[in-house]
Design a protein. Structure first.
Lengths: 379, 255
């Protein structure tokens, strides 16, 4: 009977292809939008993920997300260092500045200032230059995408100069970094360089990065820090999700993407549903004849579910393939860097396709199950 | 061949030997004001080894009766024995199995699966019965050769003429060797010549000593093929006619 179901399905090639294409389109639209959404939202917290040598972030207790942290007095660093369970604690700076290029152009930047002595929070992977070069006077690193943005169509080269708040800095390295939410270049420099760039600021430390003592639960250490200071301490994971939650609840991103994803689902379900329903309607006499010849309802359900399963399987596979190809090519473009097809998107869309096909099948099944086999005798 | 009586049913044959025995079959559709009575107490006997024609005007209840006999529709009341089985009290699943095993269908519009070729279409009842595809195709080829489609068995229905499609349908109806063949207007969609050919084929191939053939038709050009002609009018059997196939004379009884 499986053979019969598949022959009925594949025999009408135009409908068969329409069904597959509708599922492919729905899969492509949903998986692409879910992946871009996840990529963009993750970008909002990418600087948190990039710091891998500290487990705890300490900040003002009113901070809602990474881009909105007021500077802390420098004595807070000593207070945190004095909390039991803290192995070490270092200062960290994050802000936005404007770079003035030699040709007079300027670019906005994300600036990260790392601890001079330990370089905790510095990039993990260099594209050009050595990590130790960050210790040189006026040294800055820039991320790869940022270099292409600042000096388009130029080969990677170190030694380039520009100004940060009218202070000369020298590019000593090009590194890899996760793309930020705003796709601005990311500049790494030492904390003392930041102090030079922002001389009028009394404080320039907005985060304290903490490593708990080995064997200590980071959550307990966070509680201890919060108990002894008036600051907020979050694990890396906690701060990541706090930032994501802010973007999810305070921006239009989830609504906009949600609308597109929902439309993809509705369009996919409508087109696939209508085509499959028409396919069933056109074969209703044949289903009636099969019923008359002794095919049970259970076997008819099996046949229709098999047809639906095959169409959705092929459509889903093709849709995922096209999405993967899409991201393979777009990953080379700076604004799309780091956005890729995720497992969550693939499985979530897989579930959505399953729902589409089940909804689609229900209408067709309803028609077939309530079909009187005697209908075959009505000319 | 004196098998018809005044009351319609066969009298000289023991009921256990009948292929079909209907007694006071009533069928009503709808309820209340919309209630329609399609059959008003039909008595009917069908002998194995014979072709029984069920004839009458449109709306007289032929199709309803044949649907009940074939186990596709439940009667409102009455008793029905088909091939010795009480169909009225048979459960739904048993009825499906009964149809699968014992009844072959030939439809007015052929109802061939458009995506299957002649062999595959003819093999469908065997595949439904769970026979391996290869064996089913071999059996289908044999029966297609028998109905004269040996050279066209790999063509799709839309590549065959109406008469050829009906032959495929006959092959499909016979491939699993059912003991009752039910044909609904098998010549209605065909020209006169093709209709005659199909009826000849039904007599030659379908008729077996242990197989009964019931043909619903209002095509009086094919009446001469029947061993018994049962006339229906307004939901009852109005006349049973037993043509003398050798002398072109017929005996009649009014109901």
């Amino acid at each position: 009977m499986n053979w019969l179901a598949l022959r009925m399905l594949t025999g009408d090639r135009s409908k068969y292809l329409s069904l597959i294409l509708s599922i492919t389109f729905a899969t492509l639209l949903m998986s692409q939008q879910v992946s871009i959404f996840m990529g963009i939202v993750t970008r909002s917290a990418s600087q948190i993920i990039d710091v891998r040598d500290a487990d705890i972030w300490v900040m003002d207790n009113k901070v809602r997300y990474i881009d909105e942290a007021p500077y802390l007095p420098s004595n807070e660093l000593q207070r945190v260092r004095g909390v039991p369970g803290v192995e070490w604690a270092v200062r960290f700076h994050k802000s936005n500045m404007t770079a003035r290029l030699p040709d007079g152009n300027f670019r906005n930047l994300v600036v990260l200032g790392v601890d001079d002595a330990t370089l905790v929070g510095s990039p993990r992977e260099m594209v050009l230059g050595e990590l130790s070069s960050l210790s040189k006077p006026n040294a800055v690193f820039i991320d790869k995408a940022g270099y292409e943005y600042m000096w388009p169509n130029q080969p990677f080269k170190i030694g380039q100069e520009f100004q940060l708040n009218e202070r000369r800095v020298v590019l000593e390295g090009i590194c890899k970094a996760s793309a930020p939410f705003t796709t601005l270049p990311i500049i790494y420099t030492r904390f003392t360089e930041i102090e030079q760039c922002l001389p009028s600021n009394r404080n320039v430390m907005n985060y304290i990065l903490v490593k708990p003592v080995a064997g200590r639960d980071p959550l307990e250490v966070c509680k201890a820090i919060e108990g002894q200071t008036d600051l907020m301490a979050l694990t890396q994971d906690g701060f990541f999700w706090r930032t994501i939650d802010y973007f999810m609840s305070s921006t239009g991103i989830p609504i906009n993407f949600g609308i597109t994803i929902t439309l993809g689902f509705i369009v996919g379900a409508a087109v696939a549903g209508q085509t499959f329903y028409l396919f069933t309607l056109e074969n209703l006499k044949q289903f009636g004849a099969l019923k008359a010849m002794g095919v049970t309802n259970v076997r008819l359900i099996g046949m229709i579910l098999l047809q639906a399963g095959v169409v959705s399987g092929i459509g889903y596979g093709l849709g995922m393939g096209v999405t993967a190809i899409f991201f393979t090519f777009t990953n080379r473009i700076a604004p799309m860097a780091g956005i890729h097809l995720t497992t969550v998107a693939a499985s979530g869309v897989g579930f959505a396709v399953l729902v589409i096909i089940l909804l689609t099948s229900v209408f067709s099944l309803r028609k077939v199950l309530f079909l009187e086999p005697a209908v075959v005798f009505r000319g | 061949m004196s098998v018809a009586s005044k009351s319609g049913p066969v009298q000289s044959v023991r009921s256990s030997e009948l292929a079909v025995q209907c007694r006071q079959i009533v069928k009503e559709f709808g309820v209340g004001e919309t209630k329609t009575v399609a059959l008003r107490g039909v008595d009917l006997d069908v002998l194995p080894g014979q072709m029984t024609l069920l004839v009458g005007q449109s709306g007289c209840g032929k199709t309803t009766l044949i649907s009940i006999i074939a186990g596709l529709l439940n009667a409102t009341s009455g008793s029905l024995s088909v091939l010795g089985e009480d169909l009225i009290n048979m459960s739904g699943s048993n009825l499906v199995r009964f149809r699968q095993k014992n009844i072959g269908f030939v439809f007015q519009q052929y109802n061939l699966l458009p995506t299957l070729n002649a062999v595959e279409n003819a093999a469908v009842p065997l595949i439904i019965a769970g026979q391996p595809r290869r064996q089913a195709f071999e059996a289908a080829k044999r029966i297609l050769t028998l109905v004269g489609l040996g050279s066209r068995m790999h063509l799709l229905p839309n590549q065959l003429s109406g008469g050829q499609q009906q032959r495929v349908a006959i092959a499909r109806a016979l491939v699993h060797e059912p003991r009752l063949l039910v044909c609904d207007e098998p010549t209605a969609a065909l020209d006169a010549h093709s209709g005659q050919t199909v009826m000849e084929l039904l007599r030659q191939v379908a008729l077996q000593p242990d197989r009964a053939v019931i043909v619903v038709t209002h095509d009086n050009r094919v009446f001469n093929f029947g061993d018994t002609i049962i006339h229906m009018d307004d939901g009852v059997v109005s006349k049973v006619e037993v043509p003398d196939r050798n002398s072109n004379r017929s005996s009649e009884s009014m109901h």
